[in-house]
Design a protein around this ligand. Sequence first.
Ligand code: NAP
Length: 366
Amino acid sequence: MKVTKQRKIRVGVLGATGTVGQRFVEALVEHPWFDLAVLTASSASAGRSYGEACRWQLSADIPSPVVDAVVQPTEPDVDCEIVFSALPGDRAGPVEEAFAAAGYGVFSNASAHRQDPDVPLLIPEVNPDHLGLIRTQRAQRGWTRGFIATNPNCSAAMLTMALAPLHAVFGLKSVLVTTMQGLSGAGYPGVPSLDALDNVIPFIGGEEEKLSSEPRKMLGQLNEGKIDLADFLISAHCNRVPAREGHLETVSVALLRPATPQQAIEAWQTWRPLPQELGLPSAPHPPIVVRPEPDRPQTRVDRQAGRGMAVSVGRVRPCEVADIKFVLLGHNTIRGAAGASVLNAELMVAQGLVGISESASQRISE
Ligand code: NAP
């Protein structure tokens, strides 16, 4: 597959200087289909070079193509077709709407629009058909070209990836999940060091509500322009732990049709979702890595699986109070944030829903 520079789609990152914004820059700077043309942030950063405005936290250096790029104000007059939003939740709602109304395709990480009935809450491996909501959204909001598509809360992203094959094969009755979430999930500077070190904090504001509700929307059915929520319950406990990146979750699942641990493993290992079939650039192969060791997955060891886009599961065993229990792990700022959003955009390009300048099928077959 070869896509020439002039055929790439111009994209921007809103909130490019933050924790998730930096992951977007990392994912987009050499992307085969997208040309990273715009970086925005708050008024405190606008007008400065990205290298000056950004406290770069990733291990590799700031990519040279963006060091001297001038950070722009977050206004819907930037020169690109698509924007990826890494804005704070309390700012994202009206700003993302303004961009969509002005004709931009908005791929959002923020929670502001995830539960809007006409906004897809998307994991390309799980519910690509929910993109059908874009038509409803445009009709209801009077948008002809722009749209908003969201990706889930970081903990919900990896949980839903692991639940989807189980739901498809056995049906879900109820889920009990306890998270151990890395510090970068709180953005920068996030949790004060004297609170985080040598400690576990058994509360993350709003997180348990998101984790209990978002998987039910994603595993729900699109029916005449709306989503019927999947009919199962989730009980969530969310904890902040002193890991830098990566969210580990312990999960017990009651199924409609009981399964052995080996049958659950087979459901994960035989899962062949759409992004992998289409060969989307950010899709991990396999999407779920099943670890056979008794003490894996581990946060530091396994979070980069599939370049941070795969979900690792392990310790699959019978559950004394449900049917099966297991441990899962995902990278919160990649699969749980920027990487997820980029994969959403790749899916829409592949399906011809964005990339106005030429048909996606032509783009992909080159
Ligand atoms: P962050 O590190 O605090 O970064 C926030 C970004 O937004 C910065 O670029 C900041 O620019 C910019 N910003 C702040 N106020 C603004 C304003 N009034 N106008 C325009 N830009 C503004 O936050 P984060 O952790 O990257 O999270 C970003 C979003 O992603 C949040 O909605 C969060 O809930 C969501 N999310 C985060 C994670 C995660 O693991 N961290 C996972 C999933 C989803 P300045 O540098 O100029 O202040």
